[in-house]
Ligand binder design. Structure first.
Ligand code: WTA
Length: 633
């Protein structure tokens, strides 16, 4: 069947085919990629264990599909345009030939440093082309990359390295973000003494910072590069071999290593990039995410390369040297498709329209939003001021666990509503359920969002803990994947994501687990217990509000807050800092000892008149005391 989607009618017929014959649909999509050996079965699955296997026994390499197969026609086409943090520095451009050369060489460097198929490699790099080269080189030799966002602390790096027993870490001396110097190698040096599995550390000299190199462990990227040749036969992987681990937060303290495999991920990421954005070969694509998050994995690295696209890699931040930087970059490189986060849109909107006034922006054709719900005001600003009322906005809903976009308006179909993820991608079967797990039918309804049929790019496990995978995603509702999100289906049947219904907070598009933050707060010597919840924040979407019990008298709460935030930054990263704290004597708990966050959320939102039922609390009077003592720092 012809899978091209140019109209909403096309979408409806492709969608129908994709749900009536999902295996045929995905096999049709998979046929557009290059396989060394075809699969024996398209799909085997059950959501009970769960076991999900797509394209089993197929042999291929994702980097062959991202690079080698494009070389004859598109070898001289630009794959990446790297825009440096400082606009006065030189832009770097890499053609597909050059990128292929670099990846093959670095794959040989990895091999020379003992890396083989199945080994785990940690990548802690700034937004420079080497970050992408390192990821692709891992995929080429069959090593599993675990990229750790370069804003994470040394403690977070060592936790992640130890969890997946990485044997090699790739980093750089450091970089600049805005005018801030980030000394990555120093942070890695603090992490590695507690990481016995690490044998080697490859350091890319990015900025000539003064660094220490530990003899026997640390080697320079450049000198290793000089030792190897550029011929590299990719490792022929099974479709179900792991491709990468990406840590993400859940409701408990320890981040989960979300595991993705090669084949299904490639098929759906490549397909979704092309379909969602209506990508055409001559277009310039820019996704402003960091490769440390899943959006960077899927829509800076794999999705665009699988489609032989030209895309921008941006090292800087939206407000440096001023709040017009995004618009400057769009004009400078004539960007056609611009994919960013609501938090960035809101913060730039708050800076005023004067930063947009002198900009042309006529190259823009499609806009995209990802990572958190976008409020109507930001949506209209993006649509009217940035897109000049002529660019469709694709509000793409998906997750680290889903690997690729799940629900979104498809660009250019002309059907969208502000703040709505609208309709499922072909092949995706969402349903809404109530608290009891019963399907909510009809329109004009709201419930918890689940997916009832597997899709190729779904996570296969939590690395090293399949039981946790089962518990987190498949135990709340039997035979369904539970997303953790709440969702409305309006009168016309279109979907709107309303936000997390579990203990995950989304601050500026960063997923933060309440448990993680609480564990860090509790490390302060004065703290007995704490509970954190989200509250609405104009720019960040959600802010973090902590209720803290201390066993000592805290004289200076502002100073205390600074100390607690220092611990939070060291344990997790600066992006998890508390916005507000309130000291309390007790927390509202049920008789079984569970904190009732629903009540704390109401207080944090300032909505104390409608707290709701408190009868299941061990001591309902606690609520009045917290309400009476609302002094926020
Ligand atoms: C939220 C990011 C509303 C949602 C790709 C999800 C969104 C979580 C949207 C996953 C959107 C993502 N509209 N909410 N368009 N996109 N979310 O794993 O709560 O960092 O569960 O993946 O972000 O965040 P993650």
């Amino acid at each position: 069947m012809n899978l091209a989607i140019k109209t909403y009618q096309d979408y409806l017929s492709v969608y129908k085919y994709s749900t009536q014959e999902p295996e045929n649909f995905w096999a049709d999509v998979a046929d557009t990629f290059s396989w060394k050996q075809k699969w024996s079965n398209v799909l085997e699955w059950n959501f009970k264990e769960p076991k999900i296997e797509w394209f089993k026994n197929a042999k291929f390499n994702i980097t062959y599909n991202c690079l080698d197969r494009h070389l004859s026609e598109n070898g001289d086409k630009i794959a990446y345009i790297w825009e440096p943090n400082n606009p006065s520095e030189e832009v770097r451009k890499l053609t597909y030939n050059q990128l292929h050369f670099q990846v093959c060489k670095f794959a040989n460097v990895l091999k020379a440093n003992g890396i083989k198929k199945g080994d785990r490699v940690c990548i802690y790099l700034p937004m420079i082309p080497e970050a992408l080269i390192a990821m692709l080189a891992c995929a080429r030799v069959g090593a599993i990359h675990s990229v750790v966002f370069a804003g994470f602390s040394s403690q977070s790096i060592s936790d992640r390295i130890n969890d997946s027993q990485c044997s090699l870490v790739i980093t750089a001396d450091g970089s600049f973000r805005g005018d801030k110097k980030v000394e990555l190698k120093k942070i890695v040096d603090e992490a590695l003494p507690s990481c016995p599995s690490i044998k080697k550390c490859i350091v890319f000299n990015n900025r000539n910072f003064d660094i220490n190199m530990l003899s026997g462990r640390d080697v320079f990227w450049h000198s290793e590069f000089a030792k190897v040749d550029e011929l590299n036969e990719p490792e022929w992987m099974d479709a179900e071999d792991p491709l990468f681990i990406l840590y993400t937060s859940g409701s408990t303290g320890k981040p989960k290593g979300v595991l993705h495999t090669c084949g299904g991920y490639m098929v759906m990421v490549g397909y979704s990039f092309q379909t969602v954005f209506n990508f055409e070969p001559q277009q310039i694509f820019w996704c402003t995410a960091d490769v440390g998050w899943v959006t960077g994995h899927s829509y800076i690295v794999y999705g665009p390369l699988l489609n032989a696209a030209t895309s921008i890699v941006f090292e800087g931040i939206p407000t440096f040297p001023d709040a017009g930087r995004f618009w400057d970059v769009i004009d400078k490189h004539q960007v056609n498709i611009f994919y960013t986060a609501p938090t960035a849109i809101r913060s730039l909107m708050a800076m005023g329209d004067e930063f947009l006034e002198e900009k042309n922006l006529s190259s823009l054709q499609v806009l995209g939003s990802v990572g958190e719900p976008i409020n109507e005001e930001a949506w209209y600003w993006f649509h009217d001021k940035v897109g000049k009322e002529k660019c469709p906005i694709v509000d793409t809903w998906w997750q680290t666990e889903t690997g690729a976009t799940m629900m979104t308006p498809i660009a250019k179909l002309g059907i969208a509503k502000p703040g709505y993820a609208m309709y499922p991608m072909p092949g995706i079967q969402p349903i809404l359920v109530n608290e009891k797990g019963e399907e909510i039918l009809g329109n004009g309804v709201e419930g918890n969002l689940c997916i009832k049929f597997p899709w190729p790019s779904m996570s296969r496990s939590v690395y090293g803990d399949h039981n946790r995978f089962q518990q987190t995603y498949f135990s709340a509702y039997p035979n369904l994947y539970f997303t953790g999100d709440g969702c409305k289906r309006d009168e016309e049947g279109f979907y709107r994501i309303t936000g997390r219904v579990d203990d995950v907070i989304n601050v500026s598009g960063h997923r933060i687990g309440t448990g993680e933050v609480e564990d860090a707060i509790n490390d302060h010597e004065c703290v007995v217990e704490s509970a954190v919840v989200a509250y609405p924040h104009d720019i960040k979407g959600q802010g973090i509000y902590a209720f803290i019990i201390c066993d000592k008298l805290v004289d200076d709460v502002n100073q205390f807050k600074i100390e607690v935030n220092k611990i939070v930054s060291e344990r997790i990263g600066a992006f998890s800092k508390l916005d507000k704290i309130q000291l309390v004597k007790a927390l509202p708990k049920t008789r079984s000892g569970k904190i009732m966050r629903r009540i704390l959320r109401k207080i944090a939102e300032g909505d104390i008149s409608s707290i709701g039922d408190t009868s299941t609390l061990l001591d309902p009077s606690v609520v009045d005391k917290i309400k009476a003592g609302v002094v926020v720092f």
